[in-house]
Write a protein that binds this ligand. Structure first.
Ligand code: ATP
Ligand code: MG
Length: 138
């Protein structure tokens, strides 16, 4: 059993897509092991995306991620890191496959509705960034 971190980004929350995203996870056999709605400070967004701090889009991205509430979730299932990435689609919605969350709902490469961990190492870091062990329901 694998775990990954999912975030419904501020654009997804403000556009009323929480239910639709969760529906897709559940429909595809993914279990939600933890969930909460929070609003990130700029500093918390910068810490979360620290791997991207040298990228030209870092300031804009962290501004966007702290611009409104997000829903953070721990997803659980077999091969769930890859499964979630497949359901999300490519970073750029214009390049995302048909039927993916980003292709169906995202408006641009930055405001792309969802985040998902991309490896077991990042999943461990990202889950620990938002949840302690008592908040994750086995
Ligand atoms: P995420 O990490 O959010 O799941 P990802 O792994 O598909 O997305 P990354 O390369 O890790 O993509 O980029 C992190 C986030 O930074 C993207 O989801 C997007 O919001 C933003 N981003 C990535 N590339 C660009 C870009 N060229 N211009 C603007 N924003 C970008
Ligand atoms: Mg990423």
């Amino acid at each position: 059993m694998e775990r990954t971190l999912s975030i419904i980004k501020p654009d997804g929350v403000s556009r009323g897509l929480i239910g639709e995203v969760i529906r897709r996870f559940e429909k595809n056999g993914i279990r939600i092991a933890a969930m909460k709605m929070i609003r990130l400070t700029r500093k918390q967004a910068q810490g979360f995306y620290a791997v991207h701090r040298e990228r030209p889009f870092f300031d804009s991205l962290t501004q966007f991620m702290s611009s409104g509430p997000v829903v953070v979730m721990v997803l659980e299932g077999e091969n769930v890191i890859e499964k979630n990435r497949t359901l999300m689609g490519a970073t750029d919605p214009a390049k995302a496959a048909a039927g993916t969350i980003r292709r169906d709902f995202a408006t641009e490469i930055e405001k792309n509705v969802v985040h998902g961990s991309d490896s077991p190492e990042t999943a461990a870091f990202e889950i620990g960034y938002f949840f302690n062990r008592f908040e994750i329901v086995a």
